[in-house]
Design a protein around this ligand. Structure first.
Ligand code: FA5
Length: 346
């Protein structure tokens, strides 16, 4: 065999082996290719190596040198392909991939404006030392009414004003008779969390609780059957209405701006005495954001506190109304329409 033929056979072998190794898409096909080219018995390299015997003695040295080079190159190509497969990057290029086509932009999630508002309110109240407390959305009448001094015949307990559930009480009883005869309902106010926190902890207490509440209100621009409230509760000794007003004013100035004023209007809630409606003046209009007052002694007694020793205030503000005021939203229903063109503005 001429040297020329031998060398071109070697070149062909090297290029075949390299493309077979780099084209292997997994460990099995790489091993098959290795046996074809480097197999000790019938491998193609062995076959070519045998042809060395037919080369003229004067050309043997050059042929042998080239044979070694090709052997090293094929071994290196095999190691590189093996490493690429092991590191997870198959060397096979997807034939359908066209790098010149415009990409598909991944859709990014977006935090709902009410969740953003909850985070913001939590941050402002946290700076005044209020910690976050939570309670269940499915409540029993003891926590939703009885402990909050709302008697059996009070209109707030009317089935037309609440979502009663046809299941067993989910909140669990904290004391005998606290399950309200096994009924349960979707909580109509976050004031239930006041009771849960006071039952579990002794004063001083300084908490907020932000969450969903449910009422069968017909939806309109300012009402929705599911909405959120921010409950605040502070219990200590010698707490006064002035403390309540200061906390709410500092809150309003931080959330809505320095030019916001606050007003208390006399009102009635069974669980506070005295009770007030809280209005904020903003851009020339007084707007009601929630209710507040000093904790009624009957509530302290229901949770086992001595009303002679402790005093405190509570407030409950509508989160949607706060969010709407801050962002200039005119219809609460937009918040729950699921319309991304609206929601993505926040
Ligand atoms: C209460 O729910 C009392 N628990 C507040 C309270 C807490 C008083 C602690 C005293 C002490 P009220 O029913 O007024 O109060 O509701 C409070 C606020 O929730 C309202 O001012 C309003 O901002 C908001 N709100 C009430 N109903 C709806 C509704 N259907 N949709 C949206 N927001 C509502």
């Amino acid at each position: 065999m001429s040297l020329q033929n031998f060398l071109s056979r070697l070149d062909q072998l090297q290029s075949d082996a390299e493309s077979a190794f780099s084209g292997a898409s997994n460990a099995e096909s790489l091993e098959e290719a290795r046996v074809v080219f480097l197999g000790a018995k019938n491998g193609q390299f062995k076959d070519v190596q045998k042809m060395l015997g037919g080369i003229e003695p004067t050309d043997k040295r050059a042929a042998g040198m080239r044979l070694n080079e090709v052997k090293n190159a094929i071994n290196e190509a095999f190691s590189a392909a093996k490493e690429a497969l092991e590191s997870g990057g198959g060397s096979q290029v997807d034939p359908t991939f066209d790098p010149s086509l415009p990409g598909t932009r991944p859709t990014l999630g977006h935090i709902h404006p009410i969740t953003q508002t909850i985070d913001h309110l939590t941050e402002i109240m946290g700076r005044m030392g209020f910690e976050v407390a939570e309670g269940p959305e499915v409540e029993d009448p003891w926590h939703n009414f009885v402990a909050l001094n709302i008697p059996e015949d009070h209109p707030a307990r009317d089935p037309l004003d609440n979502f009663y559930l046809a299941t067993a009480a989910a909140g669990g009883a904290d004391a005998p008779g606290e399950t309200g005869e096994g009924e349960s309902l979707l909580r109509s106010q976050t004031s239930t969390v006041q009771i849960r926190v006071m039952k579990a902890h002794q004063p001083p207490i300084r908490i907020i609780s932000l969450g969903r509440v449910y009422r069968p209100d017909a939806p309109d621009a300012t009402h929705f059957p599911m909405f959120h409230q921010m409950e605040g509760l502070l219990v200590d000794t010698n707490v006064t209405m002035a403390n309540l007003k200061t906390v709410l004013r500092v809150f309003a100035n931080n959330y809505l701006g320095d030019d916001v004023e606050i007003r208390f209007r006399p009102s009635f809630f069974p669980f506070t005495e005295p009770s007030v409606e809280v209005d904020f003046l903003w851009n020339g209009t007084w707007i009601e954001f929630g209710g507040a007052g000093m904790i009624d002694p009957n509530v302290f007694e229901a949770v086992g506190y001595d009303p002679e020793k402790v005093s405190g205030f509570a407030f409950g503000l509508g989160v949607e109304r706060l969010c709407m005021r801050r962002h200039g939203i005119t219809d609460i229903r937009d918040l729950y329409s699921g319309d991304l063109r609206f929601l993505q503005q926040f």
